[in-house]
Design a protein around this ligand. Structure first.
Ligand code: PMP
Length: 371
């Protein structure tokens, strides 16, 4: 057996103690465990209807032997026209998760403080910690809504960065205009406000467009993050983007990513997806409709369902969620038991096809002894 030279090569202290991102189990693993071919993949908030047919057409004409455009210029141009911002304010990433990492790499150093909420999207905690920052998490209220006053209080301590997802992953709530304004009023100009809108396309029209609201705040430094992984159905290709208040922020983020970070397939697919907004609007409308049906069905069984503005539901099972998730895998259903301290009795389930949603409701009802 090969021997290793003991402790001579160690990762940085921050890395050694880092929590591992809970990516869940793959459909391949679920097939092995369940012995079933037909897996209901309800753990990663993907679009169950795939992506626009225009994406397949764009991918068919790719030239794989050529490097991708390191600037993602064509994609940034299409985005800038759609969003009404300068393309210099836009930065594209290998998924929006790369942009979270780039922000931390660009702006944080050991000892800095970062503010976020709890429960939170794992990388809003892991990436700041990897950069050596201390992460303070303000818990959601007992009703599972943003504790806007609590966050506003903590903002007076001027953290270097604040990460807030709206709609929230995993809770599903979105910030109202009033709540967002209240938070922004509490942000000091030395704090970078990062609004992660990975699920922006899912929200009802009564909720604000964060980019529009932030666009009116020239007094603050901010970044809005969005992705092609969810509503546009391109999770496997990896494309996300950020819009920064100032092109210098976009440039700093760009400096912290590899040169060809967004591959050619992802760039071409994202452009094609943006040109077929009708497909995205149609599938997100269907997903929202089915989400409400599933929420009612689960509430009817007696499960506490947090109101959702996204393509997933956060369920209070009133019992440890991990064993329930394991029992569901045996039935070919993959969901995400929440592993964050204080929230281990919650399960996050993505909205799938109508059939998969019903399959989930039936099986979880049986497992919990409710049906
Ligand atoms: N932010 C939030 C809130 C998310 O839920 C996710 C994906 N689960 C991401 C960012 C990252 O998405 P991607 O890297 O696929 O764009």
């Amino acid at each position: 057996m090969q021997s290793f030279p003991n402790d001579a090569i160690c990762p940085r202290q921050e890395i050694a103690s880092l929590p591992v991102y809970n990516a869940g189990i793959s459909a391949v693993a679920a097939r092995r465990v369940s012995g079933l071919q037909d897996i209901a993949a309800l753990a990663s908030n993907e679009n169950p209807y795939g992506s626009s047919p225009a994406v397949s057409a764009a991918l068919a004409s790719l030239v794989p032997s050529r490097y991708s455009d390191p600037a993602s210029a064509a994609l940034r141009h299409v985005l800038s026209e759609k969003l009404g911002t300068s393309s210099d304010q836009i930065v594209c990433g290998n998924g929006s998760e790369e942009l979270i990492a780039a922000l931390c790499r660009a702006y944080l150093q050991k000892g800095d403080s970062v503010l976020t909420v709890s429960p939170c999207f794992g990388l809003h905690e892991i990436e700041p910690m990897a950069a050596g920052a201390q992460v303070l998490k303000v818990p959601m209220t007992p009703a599972l809504d943003y504790d806007v006053d609590g966050l506003a209080d903590e903002l007076t301590r001027r953290p270097k960065i604040v990460f807030v997802s709206s709609p929230s992953n995993p809770v599903g709530r979105a910030l109202s205009r009033r709540a967002l304004d209240r938070l922004l009023d509490a942000v000091h100009p030395t704090t970078l406000f990062v609004l992660d809108e990975a699920y922006f396309e899912m929200i009802d029209s009564s909720y604000p467009d964060g980019l529009q609201v932030l666009g009116g705040r020239s007094d603050l430094s901010w970044v809005v993050l969005r992705t092609f992984s969810k509503a546009y159905g391109l999770a496997g290709l990896r494309a996300g983007y950020g819009i920064a208040s100032d092109e210098r922020i976009a440039r700093a983020m760009r400096s912290c990513m590899t040169p060809f970070n967004v591959n050619a397939a992802a760039q071409a697919a994202a452009i094609a997806a943006l040109r077929d907004e009708a497909w995205m609007l149609q599938t997100t409308a269907k997903i929202r409709h089915d989400r409400n049906i599933l929420a009612d069905r689960l509430a009817g069984l007696g499960v506490r369902v947090v109101p959702s503005q996204t393509n997933f539901l956060f369920l209070d099972l009133a019992t440890q969620a991990a064993p329930v998730a394991s029992a569901l895998i045996k039935k070919g259903i993959v969901v995400k038991p929440w592993m964050e301290a204080g929230y281990r009795h919650f399960l996050r389930v993505s909205i799938g096809t109508t059939g998969d949603n019903e399959r989930f409701a039936t099986e979880v009802g049986h497992i919990l002894g409710l049906a």
